[in-house]
Each structure stands twice: as structure tokens, then as C-alpha cells.
Design a protein around this ligand. Structure first.
Ligand SMILES: [Zn+2]
Length: 361
């Protein structure tokens, strides 16, 4: 890296200035406007490290090579949920190595590997705590050893919603805010929370992650987590068909002729189908209650909403903004903003890049 000292160097505590700079200044924006000036350094970034980021989703695995917060190559493969985590990661290694070759990137240019995982993650020890139905045996997997054995690189593992929040914070809708709740509305409901610039984790690494499993209905259905009336059981992709099919008027609804998911639900509601309209209203209300619960719990400046359901984002955001204004406590009710995610596809990858770039040695 070429650098010009303007007011003294950081001193002798860092043997490797490049590592120091890499740790402190992960984002292009920060180089341009922030920490670089604080250090008294000017940079021309010719040899800054490239990070490997992997987002293990329920259906797909996204893989990216990222340099200074910019995705320079990416692809995705199908997740094979009936196979072990190790089996899936073998596929990931092959794809990453292909990306490296195709982009003429050598191992020496790599800074680290980041894995975002759909479950509870002990990110201090890179351990999966939940025994998730997908990625069998993930809770037994040694990520550090794997990353060392394969590429001789340090590794970071984090929950997928926290990774997405960090991606939005560094490169998306959360830029410039220090108090953020992220909610992903999709197959399930994921959540993560940043308070005064700190990612909430808690004693068991669950803090902020269970927004989808805060009960909103004492008389509700049993959730797949074992609890009753969770936000997920009231309004998510997995629960919607169950809710529709057990409704007494289902057979009279146009939904009975369709595959029930949110796209068909909103379409049929638009056409005037009574059951579809009722279910849309129930789902919007459920998400509204979920959002107000998060506002009351964490007092954010913004709530970022992402996930597959955001194809209908205009309707959903309008409803949620109105619901929060009506039902949340003041002054948050008037101040908190509900925003759509900006990094719809790559927030998780960008968040893992952020974490690797901030690795403490
Ligand atoms: Zn639940």
C-alpha cells in the first residue's frame, strides 16, 4: 500500500501497517471521508485485501469476493439441505476457487473468510449454537480449522440477520445511523439490532435475533420453534398457506385454485377476493405489531425492512409507517422511520466483509 504520513505514523505498536489500515478502514467511504484523516494518512489503495464472504441461506448459498465494501465478483449455488454443512462448504470452496482463478486473484491478496448463518451464532468462538434443520451438524463444525486448512485465512461467523444489518449499516439504508432494527419478512421473520453503534448479542447470542418469535397472539397457533402465536406463525411465507387452508371460507376463495404465497395473496386481494383481503389485512397488522414491539424494545432511529415479501414494499411500508405513528409511544412514534433495504441481495455478504475487515488480531 502506498501511503503518505501527514502528521506522524500510528507508532510502533502495529508491525504491519497494511494490517492496521485494513483493520481500521474497511469501507471505501471511510477512506474517503473518515478514519484515514484521523490517522493522518492519505491512501492510494493498490494492495488492500480482498475478503471472501459466504451467505448460507435456507435455499441458496451466496458467495462474493469483496474489496473495500465493493463486490468484485459474486455467484450463488443451491443449498443442499439434506446434506451436511461440510458437504455444502466443499461446494463453496470449489466455487470460491473458481472465482479467484477467473478474477486472477491470488491467495496472498485475501484477508479473511466470513460466513453468515441462518441460526443462533456464538460469534466470539465461531460456533453455531442452534441445531438447525438445514446444514446438518453445523453446531459441531469447526469453522476456524476449516478456513485455515483450506486457505490459511482467519474466519468470522455471524448470524445472517446481524450480517444483513451490518451490510445495510455500512453500505445501504442504515448509513449514518447508530440505532437500527432490521427485520426480514420472508420464509420466516429474521431480526437484528444495533444500539448506539453496537450490535446486540446478549448472554446467549440471541439478543435482537428473535423478533420473529416474540408472541403477538396468546391464542395463536404453535410455532415451529415450540412457542405460541409468534409473529412468524401469524405472518410469514411458511405459515400463510396453513392459515389460508384452515379458514372456513377457503373453498369459496380464488386462493383455493392457486398456490398460496404472498404474491398470489396480494394479487387476489387486489382483484377483490374477500379471504385474500382479510389475510392481507391480518398480515399487515401482524407486521405492524411486530414493528411496534421492536420500537418499544430498542428505540431505533430507523427500522429497515427486507426479505422476499418486499415485492409489495409500497403497500407494506405505507401501512407500517402509519401503524407506528398511531400505536408506538411518543416521541418514537413521530420520529422513527421505516425504510426498505437497499442491499436487497448482498447485505449479508457486505456485512461479513465489514466484520472481517474489523477483525481484531
Ligand atoms: Zn416461534
Amino acid at each position: 500500500m502506498d501511503w503518505i504520513p501527514l502528521g506522524g505514523s500510528p507508532g510502533g505498536i502495529f508491525n504491519n501497517l497494511e494490517v492496521f489500515v485494513h483493520m481500521c478502514i474497511p469501507m471505501k467511504e471511510r477512506l474517503e471521508t473518515g478514519d484515514g484523516k484521523n490517522l493522518g494518512l492519505t491512501f492510494t489503495n493498490t494492495t488492500i485485501m480482498i475478503n471472501v464472504a459466504v451467505d448460507l441461506g435456507g435455499t441458496n448459498i451466496k458467495i462474493g469476493l469483496i474489496k473495500l465494501g465493493e463486490l468484485i465478483a459474486s455467484t450463488q449455488i443451491k443449498a443442499c439441505s439434506d446434506q451436511s454443512l461440510e458437504w455444502n462448504l466443499d461446494k463453496v470452496v470449489k466455487v470460491v476457487n473458481e472465482l479467484l482463478t477467473n478474477n486472477q486473484i491470488t491467495l496472498e491478496q485475501l484477508g479473511g473468510v466470513g460466513i453468515s448463518f441462518p441460526g443462533i451464532v456464538d460469534s466470539n468462538h465461531n460456533k453455531i449454537l442452534s441445531e438447525y434443520v438445514k446444514y446438518k451438524n453445523a453446531h459441531l463444525f469447526d469453522f476456524d480449522k476449516w478456513a485455515q486448512d483450506v486457505w490459511s485465512l482467519p474466519c468470522v461467523v455471524e448470524n445472517d440477520a446481524r450480517a444483513a444489518l451490518l451490510g445495510e449499516w455500512s453500505n445501504g439504508a442504515g448509513k449514518g445511523y447508530e440505532n437500527i432494527v432490521l427485520l426480514t419478512l420472508g420464509t420466516g421473520v429474521g431480526s437484528a439490532v444495533l444500539v448506539e453503534g453496537n450490535l446486540l448479542k446478549g448472554k446467549n447470542f440471541m439478543a435482537g435475533n428473535l423478533g420473529g418469535h416474540i408472541s403477538i397472539n396468546l391464542n395463536g397457533d404453535k410455532c415451529n420453534c415450540g412457542y405460541i402465536g409468534c409473529l412468524e406463525t401469524e405472518a410469514s411465507t411458511w405459515s400463510l398457506p396453513l392459515k389460508a387452508k384452515k379458514h372456513p371460507h377457503f373453498h369459496k376463495s380464488s386462493l383455493s385454485q392457486k398456490e398460496v404465497h404472498f404474491e398470489t395473496l396480494f394479487q387476489e386481494a387486489e382483484k377483490g377476493d374477500a379471504l385474500a383481503k382479510e389475510l392481507v389485512e391480518n398480515c399487515l397488522k401482524a407486521w405492524g405489531v411486530g414493528v411496534v414491539n421492536m420500537v418499544h424494545s430498542y428505540d431505533p432511529e430507523i427500522i429497515i425492512i427486507g426479505g422476499g415479501i418486499m415485492n409489495q414494499k409500497d403497500v407494506i411500508l405505507l401501512y407500517l409507517n402509519d401503524f407506528v405513528k398511531k400505536h408506538a409511544w411518543a416521541p418514537a412514534s413521530q420520529n422513527v422511520r421505516i425504510l426498505p433495504s437497499v442491499q436487497v441481495d448482498y447485505a449479508g455478504l457486505l456485512g461479513m466483509d465489514y466484520l472481517i475487515s474489523n477483525l481484531k488480531n
